[in-house]
Design a binder for this molecule. Structure first.
Ligand code: PGA
Length: 253
């Protein structure tokens, strides 16, 4: 059976550097690449590392196209709780990626289904995703593909689980949390030519091990990454990797 490339590093900072290495190498190889990056606490180290390289002149993102992975329905990028807005403040605004190369989910479109299809077409128009960097939700989601999502799901609107709503509430600071999001689909993500899953912390160890080693099931959407193992690199710090099986395919750095 195929195995992903597994890179286990000492800590969060090393995870960020290893993920940044892949993103930067992708852009060197394919300067006009279509790339997706996640939101959340996991990718912040990667963003900081990439930004440091951009600021040092060691990385040029000016020709890539950045496709966002998810956004709350009815929330625009200028809303303080927007995932796209968060990504802009955390990474995009200082990345050198031109604004017209940034593709937010059309989460306020009058016809959301048609707009989601158009988003898929836009990815295809840019050659498909060269690289999709993903985080892992505590409930096994990737992007905002919540439990119940199928491996062939496309970009669409879906209801958030109570767990995700509770997690988002921490960011929404007392305001009501949207209950629906638009997410790039699992099937869409699995078509990326390269995938990177970044995972940090002991709290993710169990869900991470089940995603890689357990049965493929909509109950744990990240388990469908097994269908793209040949194109997948997982980068985890030691606490997150604690429950992974030993494997002869496993590369540890
Ligand atoms: P986190 O979120 O990086 O904040 O843990 C991961 C996710 O929900 O995708």
């Amino acid at each position: 059976m195929d195995a992903p490339k597994i890179v286990i590093v000492d800590d969060y900072a090393a995870m960020g550097r290893a993920a940044a290495d892949i993103l930067v190498a992708t852009v060197e190889r394919a300067p006009r690449a279509a790339i997706s990056v996640p939101t959340g606490s996991t990718p912040v180290g990667m963003f900081d590392e990439v930004l440091a390289r951009v600021e040092a002149g060691a990385c040029d993102l000016s020709r890539i196209h950045l496709f966002c992975l998810d956004e709350y329905i009815g929330v625009t990028a200028d809303d303080p709780n927007s995932l796209t807005g968060w990504l802009a403040r955390t990474f995009l605004d200082r990345s050198g990626i031109p604004a017209h190369h940034i593709h937010p989910l059309p989460s306020t479109a009058p016809d959301l289904a048609a707009a989601a299809s158009a988003y898929e077409a836009e990815i295809a128009r840019h050659g498909g995703l060269e690289l999709a960097v993903l985080g892992l939700g505590g409930n096994g989601h990737i992007a905002y593909n919540e439990p119940g999502s199928t491996g062939d799901s496309r970009t669409r609107v879906l209801s958030l689980t109570q767990e995700s709503i509770a997690q988002a509430a921490g960011y929404f600071e007392g305001r009501s949390v949207p209950t629906e999001a638009m997410t790039v689909g699992i099937g869409t993500l699995l078509e990326a030519r390269n995938l990177v899953l970044i995972v940090s912390g002991a709290a993710k160890a169990d869900v991470f091990a089940r995603a890689l080693h357990g049965p493929q099931t909509p109950d744990l959407p990240a388990s469908f990454l097994q269908n793209a193992f040949v194109r997948l690199t997982v980068i985890a710090d030691r606490p997150a990797a604690a429950h992974l099986h030993q494997s002869p395919h496993r590369g540890i750095s």
